[in-house]
Design a binder for this molecule. Sequence first.
Ligand code: ADP
Length: 581
Amino acid sequence: MNVLVLNCGSTSLKAEIRDTKLNTSLGKWHVERIGNVVKNHGVAVAQVLAQTEGALIHAVGHRVVHGGEAFTEPTQIDDEVVQTLELLVPLAPLHVPANLQGIRAARAALPDLPHVAVFDTAFHATLPNRAKHYAIPEDIATRHGIRRYGFHGPSHAYVARQAALHMDEDLRDLRVITLHLGGGCSATAVEYGRSVETSMGMTPLEGLVMGTRSGDVDAGALIAIARAEGLTIDELDSMLNRECGLAGLSDTSGDLRDIEARAAEGDPLCRNAINVFAHRIRKYIGAYAAVMGGVDAIVFTAGIGENSALIRHRVAQRLDFLGARIDEDLNRDANVREHGVVDIGAPGCRCRLLVVATDEASEIASQAARVASHVDEINAELRIPIAISARHVHLDRATCDLLFGEGYQLTKYKDISQPGQFACNERVDLVGPRKTIERVRILGPLRRANQVEVSRTDEFTLGIDAPIRNSGDVANSPGITLRGPNGTVTLTQGVIQARRHIHMQPADAERMGVNDRDVVEVAIDSNGRDLVFGDVLVRVSEKYALEMHVDTDEANAAELTSDVSGALVSSTAQVRITRRR
Ligand code: ADP
């Protein structure tokens, strides 16, 4: 699948088309100075699309910085998702509006493609509560969504996986500390594949020292600065995001290359900047090793992590207590752009030191492709409407006569989905050995044999034990007494629980790759009660309309809510065949 990855920063747009099968790049574009030279992200997206020269694109993956509480996994974008994203603007006021502009422009330009939002925060949805909470009043935290979310998710996820691949281990067996050191910097504790601690918090300002962002600062110091300098909240915000970090410490630049050069010339501020930067990272490594009770690999990535041998050298000092020792030659010569992953640890160490080239676009593309292809597959191939079949009765001519009078014509209450069948206005009481169930609807037209379809719960009420049968197969099933306005009939057989089944046309069967009488499994995407039904019979005929029928017990088990007073009630639940037997 070819995925156009759009990464809208506050003033820039990075775009790339990825072939997710071959994991290759089919082209990259970079638009800068949005809001200044280029009017807005809409114009930038249009510029990029003009340059893609009609390249084949199957889906669009949008990097979205903040998913808040609402989004914990990559999500197909529809109008509702856009509305929810608008509510997240206060959580990341610089980034989310830019992300939204890109989404709007791309959806307008490419309306027929699936668009998938991939969230920076999603990888950290697994943070335990103890890592998520700030020690602030709970009601304030809840009202404003103030908690730690974490960022750089696609990068941490990608490099942790690459590290495990390189080590020939399953990520689920490893405790990894990933250090994303770029313009923004963050560390994550990836315990057995899950993010359990990360240094960025509610915003990408917390944690490590960054290019121009402060990382951790005593909140009391901020209050003191604001008071002493007379800063407004916005001014403080701007200072912490744009004038701090390496730039603030060095008074030179937020780019480590400049700082390293000046430090080499003896500039004390630049030397200090490097010391503070590296010390903070080491401190987090120690903390995260404690959080996970050990560490199997420490991974350096992004612009600084991949390129600065000096920072890696500083960070990796005195980590022997963790079983990690750097090999200075390997560190100096590490070239991840060529090799993808490079070992810089001394041979035989318990904890590996790795440099891994991050590839956020590849990660975003593959996450987007997974969602897009899944959705496509369900949409195009395997979606089946589901209908809940409430208890009902089919009658033969003779029984109808006895219950309602000689030659009585059943009257239609409404059509039901299967062509030619209808729910009737007429109802009968089911009189069981234990209790009676009153006013059970009759389905027309009349049939050759009587059949009473009930759920297991109904059987308990009635005091009957009926078998699970295909419709029409009533031989040796229990009988029951039916009470109508004109008389009472005791059937000797006919009570069954209908076997769950799917009606479909031959064309549906062909599309889904099933045959008449196949038994399949059907997964129901339900709200909080996803369920996979086995033993589902496929019934193929030109006479049928595509629909799966379940009874009320089954519907309740999957939390399919609808009014089941009619005979067959279509539900909104979507089902898909997962496996054939
Ligand atoms: P972003 O987070 O903006 O995507 P990158 O991951 O590209 O940033 O990292 C950018 C940072 O990497 C630069 O600010 C620079 O400090 C640092 N960097 C890149 N190359 C080198 C290098 N060879 N030596 C030291 N630092 C480098």
